[in-house]
Design a protein around this ligand. Structure first.
Ligand code: AMP
Ligand code: MG
Length: 512
């Protein structure tokens, strides 16, 4: 080890123009059990099939940063120190050791930003990079998914197939446009390599951009395989990275738990409101910072039914639409357990504290849900009424009884501000709107901002993926363009708003 840290004084690196990878690797300040250094394994013919130019721009990356050789893992960008993260998790209720079996973290990219910034306080976790005074940065994990085997691969090949990576790209970008916190997708490159699944498939690598990849499962890993000091290190790191406001508080680990519960309640309420079904809400697929992560067999519900399950592996409907809040709570209980050793030195007190925090979820979720659903019905939040919950639930029940399309029912209400099918309900709703004293223009504007005219319908996603597998990316590009502006209410969206033919039942596959 050198006696001093390089690159603490920043000058522009000769040969680089301003937009460029700006890597730091703070994850490596954690105890070694949390990761294993691992380079991507090279692929034969990396070729970009899709690049997210707006995202690249917002990260201040130039096209020269997005070469297929880099995004395919054949060349490392300057400053990258690749690693695979260790984590565990409860999969369908069963605890197991996992880890990045096919994903490799290149590092954290520091991107100039007007929004959050890395303060002096958090700076102790950045190595070899000091934030210039007065400048504001956001940092993002840059991860290559499908970049080859790691020590955590178990029997897997470390690779990913083209269609599931494009699926993650489509859905995560659609979620972003729907204003639901999510990891983003910067690119998909095909590898020129066949991978063997049930049949041979084209290999691909997805470049994932995330606020971080710290999962509930990362904490479970620390608690199960590390010492309490490891849990504390991870908690401190997480607080520094995501919750700087609580760094100096006395009960910071309790507050960490509280913040995570709050963010998950808000996230799941947004999923429910959009009709999004994650499909595999295992604890390793739940991000601590409250982003939606790990898009596998996820899908949006067409007909409203709380039992809706798309995932082929979810035989018992554990992760059905209507179960998602309960599952989030269950996962958060696992998170709370992993913190017990640092919540209080007396274990029964620690349990009491954790229990009390976890019990706040239901109320938080209910409030978040009400907030979202009121907006969908054009009810302004400055004028809430107790009975709004009945109004919402009654509509959902009617939708369920009549097998109505979830998104399109709200879309129709938005366009018409009345509903001819649900006459009695409509009368109550009209009265409710009347009582808040807003103009119909104001109500409609609110509803248009809360009710997407389009969502990534499964049949559309499948059609785009099939065309892409056959080398035609135009269908995908068009779909992405439509999904990037879900609240526009324009003519072009019409055909994308159509639900699938009745009776068509879609199954989604992990496709790993
Ligand atoms: P997921 O279902 O994507 O959340 O993945 C669950 C676990 O399986 C994670 O630890 C992944 O890294 C691992 N995994 C999934 N696919 C592969 C693969 N092809 N090779 C190695 N590990 C994999
Ligand atoms: Mg996962």
């Amino acid at each position: 080890m050198y006696k001093y840290a390089f690159n603490r004084i920043l000058v522009r690196n000769p040969g680089y123009t301003t937009p460029m990878w700006n890597f730091n690797n703070t994850y490596q300040t954690l105890p070694k059990l949390f990761y294993t250094p691992q380079n991507p394994t090279a692929v034969p013919r990396p070729q970009a099939v899709i690049l997210n130019k707006p995202l690249a721009e917002s990260l201040r990356l130039a096209e020269s940063d997005l070469q297929a050789e880099v995004l395919g893992g054949n060349q490392l960008p300057v400053g990258a120190q690749p690693l695979a993260q260790a984590y565990a998790g409860h999969q369908f209720g069963h605890f197991t050791m996992l880890g990045d079996g096919r994903a490799i973290l290149l590092g954290e990219h520091f991107s100039p930003s007007e929004k959050p910034f890395i303060s002096d306080k958090t700076d102790k976790f950045t190595r070899g990079f000091s934030v210039p005074t007065g400048e504001k940065y956001e940092k993002y994990d840059i991860q290559l998914k499908g970049a080859g085997p790691t020590v955590y691969s178990r029997n897997g090949d470390g690779r990913a197939a083209l269609a599931p990576m494009l699926r993650e790209y489509i859905i995560s970008e659609a979620m972003h446009a729907l204003e639901i916190p999510t990891t983003r997708s910067l690119a998909v490159v095909s590898t020129g390599e066949q991978i063997i699944r049930e049949k041979p498939l084209q290999g691909a690598v997805l470049t994932r951009v995330a606020a971080s990849h710290i999962r509930v499962g990362t904490f479970e890993f620390a608690a199960a395989f590390g010492e309490p000091s490891d849990v504390r290190s991870l908690a401190d790191y997480t607080i520094n990275r995501h919750f700087p406001a609580i760094i100096d508080t006395e009960n910071k680990y309790i507050l960490l738990l509280r913040e995570v519960v709050q963010r998950q309640a808000a996230l799941i309420a947004k999923w429910q409101s959009a009709g999004f079904i994650h499909g595999v809400m295992n604890t390793d697929n739940m991000s601590i910072c409250g982003e939606t992560i790990d898009y596998g067999p996820c899908a949006f519900m067409d007909v409203y039914s709380p039992d809706t399950v798309f995932s082929s592996i979810d035989k018992n409907g554990r992760y059905a639409y209507g179960n998602q809040p309960k599952i989030a709570l269950w996962n958060l209980a696992r998170f709370a357990e992993s913190l017990l050793s640092i919540l209080h030195k007396e274990s029964h007190k620690a349990t009491e504290i954790a229990q009390a925090e976890i019990e706040k979820f239901d109320r938080l979720f209910r409030n978040e849900r009400l907030k979202n659903m009121r907006g969908k019905l054009g009810i302004f939040s400055d004028n809430p009424e107790e009975e709004d919950e009945f109004l919402i639930d009654e509509l959902l029940q009617l939708m369920q009884d009549t097998a109505a399309d979830y998104t399109n029912t709200f879309r129709a209400l938005t366009l018409d501000l009345r509903h001819t099918e649900f006459l009695q309900w409509n009368e109550k709703w009209q009265n409710r709107l009347h009582r808040q004293g807003k103009t119909s223009g104001q109500v409609q504007a609110l509803m248009k901002s809360r009710n997407p005219a389009v969502i990534p319908r499964n049949h559309r996603v499948e059609a785009a993926l099939q065309a892409a597998e056959n080398g035609d990316f135009a269908v995908l590009q068009k779909l992405l363009q439509i999904l990037a502006a879900p609240y526009e209410y324009n003519q072009e969206q019409e055909q994308y708003a159509q639900p699938p033919d009745p009776g068509v039942c879609y199954k989604t596959y992990c496709g790993t």
